[in-house]
Design a binder for this molecule. Structure first.
Ligand code: ADP
Length: 289
């Protein structure tokens, strides 16, 4: 099982003639609502890849639809608490050229209780995976608990914050980050990511693929697939969800990464996030040029 302490967001996309300027009131011509948040995206990706995924998180009374949708996509939502706060959301303004402006409100994503976490993880068994990203509270408590329980503790260092990564670093078995985040971490720790005391480090390289840096072993680069990219949002989260699912199913790391590369390549050819993440069958059957 994969235990994901993760964010759940409503992505509210407003179509506008231009991006609003200070003091301006602007009517949107269209509004679409999508399921988002790095946490929810990763849970959906891992579930679509065939893993058992239990999500630990928070929503407000306005977020029941998000919970229903995650359930529909195969995620166990029993450990998502409803609190008296707005659901986390992103207000995304998009102009005619496709330029955007985003307001992010964490809301219920920052209201996760220690008890809730303890209750969820009391059902975990050694060898299960625990994953976190930097969009919820309680990351350090979870990492510590996961470590004590013998879980494989994984962290996606996004959105990047040096303090947040450094606080969980001592507990990690697996760290995943993109090239920019890897460079930011190097600047803040003075160590290259290859020198960190973490068993598995995985750096994603966008259209170049990914670099795997095992603590005991040779570094390995795995190329991405050549596709026509139309929308890269959610590619990183899909990649992470698929790698975790591969690890959870006992695949050797290079094979888990290869499947994640395929899933993420499909994602960049699609508009949208959680709602369009491919399942394992699509990923295995996809033909790339
Ligand atoms: P993030 O979106 O988190 O910044 P990356 O940009 O490194 O992460 O992308 C994550 C993964 O998505 C890559 O490792 C790769 O597998 C896939 N990917 C991203 N962009 C492309 C692309 N243009 N073509 C093919 N695959 C891509």
């Amino acid at each position: 099982t994969i235990w994901n302490l993760g964010s759940i967001n409503a992505d509210m996309v407003y179509a506008l003639p231009h991006l609003p300027t200070a003091g301006e009131t602007l009517a949107a011509s269209n509004l679409e609502r999508f399921l988002g948040g790095k946490g929810a995206n990763m849970s959906v990706a891992a579930a679509r890849a065939g893993s058992r995924v239990a999500h630990i998180g928070g929503i407000g009374p306005d977020g029941r639809w998000a919970l229903d949708r995650m359930t529909e996509y195969g995620v166990d939502t029993r450990f998502i608490a409803e609190v008296d706060m707005p659901t986390g959301h992103a207000i995304i303004a998009v102009d005619k050229q496709g330029e955007n402006q985003i307001i992010l409100y964490p809301g219920a994503n920052h209201a996760i209780e220690q008890d809730q976490l303890g209750q969820a993880l009391s059902q975990a068994v050694p060898g299960d995976l625990l994953v976190m990203q930097n969009e919820t509270n309680a990351q350090v408590e979870a990492a510590r608990m996961g470590c004590d329980l013998g879980l494989t503790v994984c962290y996606a260092a996004a959105p990047f914050q040096a303090d947040a990564v450094q606080a969980v670093l001592p507990y990690l078995d697996f760290l995943i980050l993109n090239e920019v985040e890897a460079e930011q971490l190097r600047e803040s720790t003075g160590q290259s990511v290859a020198e960190l005391p973490v068993k598995h480090v995985l750096v994603t390289l966008g259209s170049k693929g990914a670099r795997y840096l095992p603590k005991d072993g040779e570094a390995l680069e795995i190329s991405a697939h050549k596709v026509k990219a139309v929308d890269t949002t959610g590619a990183g989260d899909t990649f992470t969800g698929y790698v975790l699912a591969g690890m959870d199913r006992g695949l050797p790391m290079p094979q888990a990464i290869a499947q994640a590369n395929r899933a993420a390549a499909l994602m960049v050819t699609r508009h949208g996030t959680a709602d369009v993440i491919p399942d394992l069958k699509e990923v295995l059957e996809a033909r790339f040029g």
